[in-house]
Design a protein around this ligand. Structure first.
Ligand SMILES: *Cc1c(COP(=O)(O)O)cnc(C)c1O
Length: 373
């Protein structure tokens, strides 16, 4: 046991503070079973790189879906302290959650103003991104203060059509940011520049303080996409949206699971649901307390990897809801209570699991203690 303790200490970084602002339930006496180690310096460095690539434009941050699963309050606090002053959430509930940390930064609500949002929006310091004729009317009806407006330039997701945006509908509205969103910024296709041209054409006729079109991948497309404000999300959190970001954007989130049991599986025995894996020889197997309920999805079956003190532990058989089996190499001495770190470099994990980098992050569940270091 003493040896296991030492190895554990070697493996864990000691200077990671437990903040758990978003996730720690103070009423709960049992410690969270899983750990999500989060690097504040990686987050800050990623933002700085994206800000530098933004060619003089302000660089904001998309922090919807609880900061892509990492914890929105912590993300906002940390990015504010390095100079980020523009944040984007999807919903008013997400905006309200950020009230304690948003300070005087701009906060925009991308889903705009649903009928059910009018009351909370009227007393919020966040502003809506108005997406439709109905939303514009609703905003005007409650006084129509400073807002953002989304125009659709070809994605046909949210936003006013070009015709609506140019119809006089927006006359007299106080628009901070006029924005659009790129459908294929992660690809080299003509549509990117076509959307940019359409956006310039419509933006020319609409009074606004700032224009914005680039997400993470859009920033990588080059300075002409930066305009006045950029809106990265994925790349802040370690996602590689395009080749230009390789070697620049670094991993932020490191899920760690604990060994519940180590067993010896004799040759010919099988492991896991549906017995999909058969031991070719006697094999040491460790059972870890992580599964698809923790965002460690079934796509990692037979393809995922964990690291323990430099040894690679390969996932064998099917990932279960709360458990996964890994093969322990002969030289590796892992015991109950040891923690192993999931291979979660997003580009690699995406290749291994078939999940998108976005899905990998946003599926991380509530069973992790989030620890920022
Ligand atoms: C989510 C979102 C972003 C951020 O996109 P990433 O691809 O994560 O960088 C930017 N703008 C809008 C409108 C979004 O919905």
């Amino acid at each position: 046991m003493a040896r296991a303790g030492r190895r554990c200490d070697l493996h864990r970084s000691t200077n990671f503070a437990v903040t758990g602002l978003d996730n720690c339930d103070p009423a709960s006496l049992s410690p969270a079973p899983l750990r999500l180690r989060l690097s504040g310096s990686a987050l800050a460095d990623n933002w700085r790189w994206l800000a530098a690539q933004s060619a003089g434009a302000a660089c904001g941050a998309a922090v919807k879906a609880d900061g892509y699963g990492l914890g929105a309050r912590e993300v906002v606090s940390r990015l504010r302290s390095v100079g980020c002053a523009n944040f984007f959430v999807a919903t008013w509930a997400e905006a309200e959650h950020l009230a304690p940390v948003i300070g005087d930064a701009n906060l925009s609500v991308l889903h705009g103003l649903r009928a059910a949002d009018v009351e909370v929006a009227a007393r919020s310091s966040a502003r809506p991104v108005l997406n439709s004729v109905e939303q514009v009317a609703r905003w005007r009806a409650i006084g129509g203060g400073l807002c953002d407006v989304m125009v659709d330039t070809g994605m046909n997701r949210l936003g006013l059509t070009l015709a609506e945006a140019c119809s006089g509908l927006l006359d007299g509205l106080s628009i901070d940011t006029l924005m659009s969103h790129l459908a294929c910024a992660d690809e080299d296709v003509a549509m990117n520049r076509e959307q940019l041209h359409r956006f310039h054409a419509v933006a020319g006729g609409i009074a606004c303080a700032r224009r914005s079109i680039a997400n993470s991948a859009g920033i990588c497309l080059g300075p002409e996409f930066a305009l006045d404000l950029t809106r990265p999300g994925l790349a802040l959190y370690g996602g590689i949206p395009r080749a230009e970001a390789k070697g620049q954007i670094v991993q932020v989130a490191f899920p760690e699971a604990e060994v519940l049991q180590v067993r010896r599986v004799p040759q010919g025995e099988r492991v896991g649901y549906n017995a999909t894996w058969t031991a070719k020889h006697d094999t040491t197997v460790a059972i870890l307390n992580i599964g698809y309920a923790d965002g460690y999805m079934r796509g990692f079956s037979d393809t995922g990897e964990f690291d323990f003190a430099g040894a690679c532990l390969a996932v064998i058989g099917r990932v279960s809801m709360d458990l996964v089996a890994v093969e322990v190499p002969d030289a590796c001495d892992i015991v109950e209570g040891d923690r192993a770190t999931a291979m979660f470099d997003l580009a690699c994990a995406c290749g291994a699991s078939g999940l998108s980098q976005y899905e990998l992050l946003t599926a991380l569940g509530q069973r992790y203690m989030r620890e920022w270091g």
